[in-house]
Structure formats: structure tokens, C-alpha cells
Design a protein around this ligand. Structure first.
Ligand code: UD1
Length: 416
């Protein structure tokens, strides 16, 4: 079992380059199943979740070659429409192949997906959408089976702007007959990236980034393109907090400042100095910072995937902060671990009340999910003495070389 051992106290200084976005590459890889022509993806991050998606594609008959950050995918001969249960369990985003398989081959069989244990995470919105497009959906004994002789474009109003449901329905609609309109669609930048990618392949999608997305069905997609995925805004945000919490100064390269606006705004409100340029952000920490009130919301609101990192940052703020988690009902599992490090946090329903303390102390803590793991690493960087983070497999799912990147900035962190 891997652990990260961190000796806190170093002020991080220097430059860090952000990797391709996990939450963009996963749906883009799934959507490759729609293409009947080989293609190339660039900026592919080495993450365990991407390895899982690669295995999902291969299990369905796609050929995949992955060298450094370039992936060549040949989806021309898809031989199966059944996603192996072991891969569905390993990662929730495996469910993103369902829309593309349904669209291209007209049937799918998969078990319910696993993933981070941050809430119940049902799939009702995805399945309702597939149903509106004309698929027959059967759920039994933990499996989902769908079939459709053909899919027909229609109007779909999402009860909640779910990221995964928006992406899955978009993918299913690409090869449907006629026009599909998704209302109350999620607006995340990763959805815009998926639209841009699919349009390069020959799809006709517009509106991503707004809450109404229109997909004009086409008879086939597939072009020999090379496409570079957008940089990861949550990795960017995590390094921004790393600079702030260690009172350091970090230049973040290969990023899109607009995508982290909600994070930038909150850091500035706390008193942290942030400069933005075209594809670069500089964050300079201060000695003391202000408490904040934060509510997580769908994009462009404050991202739930930055909530744990801000909780540890606010544990060291002056005054009392409140974080309200509106997206996932069980996303406070890091609270108990942060308390071991000396944080004063009280949970009341969906809110956490954080009373700032002057310092955190090193402890043995366990990452229970991906972003909780990032928060514990940030806590370790700021804490006195040594912190040992267990459950590193969660961090490997979504951060490329996190420890190596932090070491280059002067952190004392090693993997054991
Ligand atoms: C995606 C991101 C994840 C991020 C989340 C919210 C990927 C691979 N993952 O996850 O990192 O934390 O968006 O920004 O992109 N819901 C339903 N029914 C459904 C679908 C969702 O009730 O059919 C609920 C969920 O339980 C949750 C909320 O909607 O409470 C948001 O989920 P959703 O936006 O779907 O998140 P994911 O796509 O799973």
C-alpha cells in the first residue's frame, strides 16, 4: 500500500505545469466509440482513471496505443456492447460509454458504476434521457440493459444539471435521427471540450457552455484528427491553494484562468494575491487570511471538487467560515481526518462550520476519496511535523505526479 510522507513548513516556490483535464479526457475517450475512424488525442494525463477508461475501450474492441501524453485510438471495430463489471465498479465515469455505445450499436449492458463514495450518485437522469431518445431501458439485479432499433431526437429537460447525464445524452444524440435539445444542461468547461471534440469528428452540436444544448443528428462521425484536451481546472485550483496555504508563490502554467474564476474570486476574498494572464496564473500567499462563506454549485458556481481543499485552507484562516455542500450529500469525509491534524470543524447537515486555528499538526490520516486526498496533502504541506497520508490510490486516480510536482516546488514529500 502506498503512502505519502510529508514534512510541512516549506513555502512552495516556482512553476508548475498543469496536465490535461481528467473530467474532459474521460468523456472524450468514451465518445471515441462513436467514431468509425482512428484518431489521436494529445495532452492525455497519466491517471489511474484514464487507464481504467483505456481498459474499458479495449474490452469493447477498440485498439489503443498510449505513449507519453499521446493516445492513438482505433474504434473502427467495436466487438462488444457489454462493459465488464470489474471496470464499471472501479470508476463511476465508466458509465460514460453507455450513451456512445447506444448511439453507435443500439444496445448496451453494464452494471451500476462505482467510484468515490461521496454520495449515492444515481443514474436516473442518464436513463431517463436515453428513454426519451427511444431506448428501452431495463434495470435488474444491479445491471442496466438498453436497446434501441433507432434513436430519435427529442426535447429533454434535466431535473438537475448533471455533468455526466448531459455528456451521456449528448453522445447518444450525435447519431440519432433529427434534433435533440437538452434543457437545464450542465455548463462545465469539460462539456464544451466534448462538444468541440465531437464537432471536429463531424458531429453537429451547439450551445455547450450554456444551459441549452442542441444536437443535430448526423449519419456517421469519424475523421483522422488530432485533438488536445483542455488543462485540468481542479488540478489548477489545488496548486493555487497549495501556494496560499504554504504562504508561497507559484506560477501555474498551461491553464485557462477563466475556468477557475470561482476559485480565484474566493482566494482573493480571503486576501490572497492572484494574477491572471493568457494561460498562466500566479498566486502569492500572505501571512494571515480571512474566513469565507462558500456554497458549492454547478458551474460557474464554486466547484464541489475544490471543497475539501478549501476546507483545509480555511482551517487556518482568521475567524469562522461556513462551507455548504450542495452537490453531493456525503462529501465531508475529510472532516474527521482534518480534525486529527488539529482543525476545528463542526458539521451541521450539509454545512461545515470551520473555526480557524493558528496551526495544524502532522498526523496519520487516510484519504477516503480523490479530492479529500488532495486536501490532506495540502494540510500536510502546511502542518508542523510529519503527516502520513494513506489511501494514495484515490489520489492516483486524478492527479498526475502530484508528489513530483510538489517536490519541484520545494515541498518535502515522498512516496513510500
Ligand atoms: C462529475 C465529475 C465530478 C464532479 C461532479 C460535479 C466527471 C468524470 N466527474 O461527476 O468530478 O464532482 O461532476 O461537478 O466529470 N445525479 C442524480 N441523478 C443522475 C445523475 C446525477 O441525482 O442521474 C445527482 C448526483 O447524485 C449529484 C448531482 O446530481 O448529487 C451531480 O452529479 P453529476 O453532475 O452527475 O456528477 P458526475 O457527472 O457524476
Amino acid at each position: 500500500m502506498e503512502r505519502l510522507i510529508i514534512t510541512g513548513g516549506a513555502r512552495l516556490k516556482g512553476s508548475v505545469t498543469i496536465s490535461g483535464a481528467k473530467n474532459a479526457i474521460l468523456p472524450i475517450l468514451a465518445s471515441c466509440l462513436l467514431s468509425d475512424t482512428p484518431l489521436v488525442l494529445e495532452g492525455v494525463p497519466r491517471l489511474d482513471d484514464v487507464v481504467t477508461m483505456q481498459e474499458v475501450l479495449q474490452s469493447l474492441g477498440a485498439k489503443v496505443k498510449w505513449l507519453d501524453d499521446v493516445m492513438e485510438i482505433d474504434p473502427s471495430n467495436i466487438t462488444s456492447t457489454e462493459v465488464p463489471a470489474s471496470l464499471m465498479r472501479r470508476m463511476r465515469a465508466s458509465n460514460l460509454v453507455m450513451g456512445a455505445l447506444l448511439g453507435r450499436l443500439g444496445n448496451v449492458r453494464a452494471s451500476y458504476p462505482g467510484g468515490c463514495t461521496i454520495g449515492s450518485r444515481p443514474m436516473d437522469l442518464h436513463l431517463k434521457g436515453f428513454g426519451y431518445l427511444g431506448a428501452k431501458v431495463h434495470e435488474h439485479h444491479g445491471f442496466i440493459e438498453m436497446e434501441a432499433a433507432k434513436l430519435t431526437g427529442t426535447e429533454i429537460h434535466l431535473d438537475f444539471p448533471s455533468v455526466g447525464a448531459t455528456e451521456n445524452i449528448m453522445m447518444a444524440a450525435v447519431l440519432a435521427e433529427g434534433t435533440t435539445t437538452i434543457r437545464n444542461a450542465a455548463r462545465e468547461p469539460e462539456i464544451v471540450d466534448l462538444q468541440n471534440f465531437l464537432n471536429r469528428l463531424g458531429a453537429e452540436i451547439r450551445g455547450a457552455g450554456l444551459d441549452i444544448i442542441q444536437i443535430n443528428g448526423v449519419s456517421r462521425v469519424g475523421r483522422e484528427i488530432a485533438y488536445r484536451v483542455i488543462p485540468d481546472r481542479i488540478e489548477t485550483g489545488t496548486f493555487m491553494v497549495a501556494a496560499a496555504i504554504t504562504r508561497g508563490e507559484i506560477e501555474i502554467i498551461n491553464t485557462i484562468p477563466e475556468h477557475v474564476e470561482p476559485v480565484t474570486a474566493k482566494l482573493r476574498e480571503a486576501g490572497i494575491r492572484v494574477w491572471e494572464e493568457d494561460d498562466r496564473i500566479i498566486v502569492k500567499g500572505v501571512d494571515t487570511w480571512n474566513a469565507l462563506d462558500i456554497r458549492t454549485l454547478p458551474y460557474p458556481g464554486f466547484p464541489t471538487d475544490m471543497q475539501p481543499q478549501f476546507m483545509v485552507f480555511l482551517s487556518l484562516a482568521q475567524g469562522t467560515s461556513i462551507i455548504t455542500e450542495n452537490i453531493f450529500e456525503n462529501r465531508f469525509q475529510h472532516v474527521g481526518e482534518l480534525r486529527r491534524m488539529g482543525a476545528h470543524i463542526r458539521v451541521e447537515g450539509r454545512s461545515a462550520v470551520i473555526s480557524g486555528v493558528p496551526n495544524l499538526t502532522g498526523a496519520l490520516v487516510e484519504a477516503t476519496d480523490l479530492r479529500a486526498g488532495a486536501a490532506l496533502v495540502l494540510g500536510g504541506l502546511a502542518a508542523e511535523n510529519t503527516t502520513i497520508v494513506e489511501g494514495v490510490e484515490h489520489i492516483n486516480r486524478g492527479y498526475e505526479k502530484l508528489d513530483a510536482k510538489l517536490r519541484r516546488l520545494g515541498a518535502q514529500i515522498r512516496r513510500e
